[in-house]
Design a protein around this ligand. Structure first.
Ligand code: 13P
Ligand code: SF4
Length: 305
């Protein structure tokens, strides 16, 4: 195995040669984040891809994220260094499942969390992220909304949204593992600490959180809070930048089980091999891309608060 520094050098040289942009999600391995041009949440990365004039995008994340990049920039080659890196939550609802649910509620627009396949997005009215879900649901011109695929994000939105909501019973197997007892034990040990969690956590975890936010929201919260110790209720990859950007603060992962195995699949060796072969391509067909893009565009048109 080559040393990390050597792999990084070879990757950076090939990126330049291929006019390619390397993107890494906030949950990727530390060394992958350290090598990338841009780190961020799933939507911000796809938007960065669309804005860039690179010929190819090396997307270090999971399959639905590479699909979103392909939807937003069809003229670029989108490479996912491990094609088997999927998101179990996104795979919990298929296009066929959604067609059946839509038949049951003809008047209710479908709000799809970006953690869905392109095929499912193509059947949805509007997309949302964990950062804008409440705003998106409230923007829909209907009293009823059907939200997919995450029950926890849906229940979180239903706490404040002014809509009649129903949802698909999906969940993130990683965030679902976090239980309130683990957080309470840490809070007892660190009484001055604040607890921030992702809305994909169980409702009983959200009940005891000081702050609930998306991955990008967590960086902002870490900088703004007066607390010196922050208990983190999301995937452990987020700690890399949190620690780097806030050297004066202490971050404690709420549970050792907060590791997404799919997010950890991509290694620097995979990135190098994918760049050498310029293969492992994710491409959404035009038939699916056009309606899926419409659902993403609808979300981007929702005004900010
Ligand atoms: P973001 O949309 O905040 O990037 O999160 C994606 C995800 O997979 C959360 O588990
Ligand atoms: Fe999917 Fe959960 Fe992994 Fe995010 S953390 S990619 S929602 S399985």
């Amino acid at each position: 195995m080559k040393p990390t520094i050597e792999l990084q050098k070879e990757i950076r040289a090939l990126l330049k040669q291929r006019n390619a942009l390397m993107l890494a999600h906030n949950y990727q391995r530390d060394e992958v984040q350290a090598t990338a041009d841009i780190c961020g949440d799933s939507l911000a990365l796809s938007q960065a891809a669309a804005k860039s004039d690179a010929d190819a995008i090396v997307f270090c994340g999971v399959h639905f994220m590479a699909e979103s990049a392909s939807i937003l920039c069809p003229d670029k080659r989108v490479i996912l260094p491990r094609l088997d890196a999927g998101c179990p939550m996104a795979d919990m609802i298929t296009a066929e499942d959604l067609r059946k649910e839509k038949e049951k509620r003809p008047g209710a627009p479908v709000v799809a969390y970006v953690n869905t396949t392109a095929e499912v997005k193509a059947l949805s009215d509007i997309c949302c992220t964990s950062a804008n879900a409440v705003r998106v649901v409230n923007s829909v011109k209907s009293d009823s909304v059907y939200m997919i695929p995450d029950r926890n994000l849906s229940m979180y939105v239903a706490r404040t949204a002014k809509k009649n909501m129903e949802w698909w019973n999906g969940f993130c197997p990683t965030h679902e593992k976090l239980k309130p007892a683990e957080v309470l034990k840490l809070k007892q040990k660190h009484p001055d600490a604040v607890f921030a969690c992702h809305p994909e956590c169980r409702p009983e975890v959200i009940d005891i959180a000081d702050h609930v936010c998306s991955t990008s929201g967590m960086y902002k919260f870490a900088q703004e809070t007066k607390a010196k110790t922050i208990i983190i209720g999301t995937e452990m990859g987020i700690l890399y930048r949190l620690k780097k950007e806030n050297p004066d603060k202490t971050f404690i992962l709420a549970s050792k089980s907060l590791i997404c195995p799919n997010m950890k699949l991509i290694t620097l060796e995979d990135v190098l091999e994918a760049l050498q072969g310029m293969d492992r391509i994710v491409q959404v067909t035009e038939e699916i891309r056009i309606p899926a893009k419409k659902a993403l565009d609808m979300m981007l048109e929702v005004p900010r608060d």
